[in-house]
Design a protein around this ligand. Structure first.
Ligand SMILES: [Zn+2]
Length: 59
């Protein structure tokens, strides 16, 4: 099983994945925007271990 993190860019709508353990990602690789967020649903067994909620606006 491969673990990866998925991100989405608010500016251009680009989505991409990053293998777990490659460090943090804060910018969009396409447009270098800082407006990104994680869309990875996390492990199937609940999301307690993932802190993927963003402050302020949530979908
Ligand atoms: Zn972008």
């Amino acid at each position: 099983m491969e673990i990866y993190r998925e991100f989405e860019c608010f500016s251009c709508g680009y989505k991409w994945r990053v293998p777990f353990g490659t460090g943090r990602v804060f910018t969009c690789p396409k447009c270098s925007s800082l407006k990104i967020r994680r869309t990875n649903p996390g492990p199937p067994k609940g999301r307690g271990g993932w802190r993927w909620r963003l402050r302020g606006r949530r979908r």
